[in-house]
Design a protein around this ligand. Structure first.
Ligand code: UT7
Length: 329
């Protein structure tokens, strides 16, 4: 028994924040942002919406894509670090928005690696034999934890969501293997200090802008390159797959220079690497899934192709998987 993605959909809010817009907000330039990150624009969630709204819309699209009745879904897993609120879970809110009831729902917090973690969680639940169709959503409103007075982070982030229907398959296809890793000792390189049980909201936390993401960019850059390339090597090696056999590698979209370094260290020519960072920036958990959706819709992936997804994020966490693409299940 195995699990495969039988439907995928994504949703990007319409509002675009360009580098020219950011030039008016902080001391930066289009030239710096493009050469140092590869990003040209990102999407921003409207004020009256939150991660669950983006996630629910992506889910509706994935359900249509899978051609299933939504009542066939027996679990919802949502990867997010920008949950609508501390509780209830965004997965429960999405369940209600879809008009579903009485199925298991929970969130996972693995930051940018959350989508790959989520797919692996779904695969393992399906392996138990008790679940047949799991909705895995990655939904992020990174703009809500972004300090638009901090030029070192605000140029990087954007909002978006992706959803997949992960279904049971009897074939030797779909999600073949996943490698998951984490290192909590690096937690202080990327975090939001306040708003949790350690530092609840107060006038002081608001005044000191402690509800926004703090990041040590250059340390993260180095660790990201190592963790992502090691993850790719590990998943290929233990499945005895060479980089030539991989049709497309889909990396987390945090920085074009990270992507290029990982491609070089793992022997992938850039033609085999999916990149859409210029349009959306870093959407945390949603990035790698939106990239997968665009790769499928633009026909860079067909049934039978071997693909590799790889990601890296706060925690720190990292993850890579190997998928024999098979939407028919
Ligand atoms: O999802 C995973 C989490 N995030 C990441 O993986 C991010 C990883 N890190 C990065 O992508 C890069 O480190 C950044 C894009 C964040 C920064 O690029 P960098 O090449 O590492 O630049 P830097 O931090 O070494 O800064 C170089 C200079 C500094 O000026 P000085 O000190 O040399 O005068 C910065 O103040 O660039 C300056 N700088 C900017 N200048 C214009 C930093 N941000 C900006 C900006 N516009 N937005």
């Amino acid at each position: 028994m195995g699990a495969t993605i039988t439907g995928i959909g994504s949703y990007l809010p319409e509002k675009v924040l360009t580098n020219a817009d950011l030039e008016k907000m902080v001391d930066t330039s289009d030239e710096w942002i493009v050469t140092r990150t590869g990003i040209k624009e990102r999407r921003i969630c409207p004020e009256d919406q939150a991660s669950s709204d983006l996630g629910a819309e992506a889910a509706r699209r994935a359900i249509v894509d899978a051609g299933i009745d939504q009542s066939d879904i027996d679990m919802i897993v949502c990867a997010t670090i920008t949950a609508d609120m501390i509780f209830p879970s965004t997965a429960c809110i999405i369940q209600h928005k879809l008009g579903l009831d009485n199925i298991a729902c929970f969130d996972i917090s693995a930051a940018c690696s959350g989508f790959i973690y989520g797919l692996e969680i779904a695969r393992n639940f399906i392996d138990t034999g008790r679940y047949k169709r799991i909705l895995v959503v990655a939904a992020e409103c990174m703009s809500r934890v972004t300090d638009y007075t901090d030029r070192t982070t605000c140029v990087l982030l954007g909002d978006g969501a992706v959803a997949t229907i992960v279904s049971k398959t009897d074939k030797n296809s779909g999600i073949l293997d996943t490698y998951l890793g984490a290192s909590g000792k690096y937690g202080n390189l990327l975090y939001v200090p306040a708003g949790g049980s350690r530092m609840p909201a107060s006038f002081e936390t608001v005044e000191k802008r402690l509800h926004y993401m703090k990041m040590e960019g250059s340390s993260l850059f180095r660790i990201a390159v190592t963790a992502m390339s090691e993850s790719v090597k590990k998943i290929l090696e233990r499945n005895q797959v060479s980089s030539e056999q991989i049709k497309l590698i889909i990396p987390h979209q945090a920085n074009i220079r990270i992507i290029q370094s990982v491609a070089k260290l793992t022997d992938f020519p850039m033609e085999k690497v999916f990149v859409n960072i210029e349009k959306y920036g870093n959407m945390s958990a949603a990035s790698v899934g939106v990239a997968l959706d665009e790769a499928v819709k633009s026909e860079r992936i067909h049934n039978g192709d071997l693909i590799c997804m790889v990601s890296f994020g706060a925690g720190l966490t990292w993850a890579a998987n190997l998928i024999r693409w098979d939407k028919n299940g």
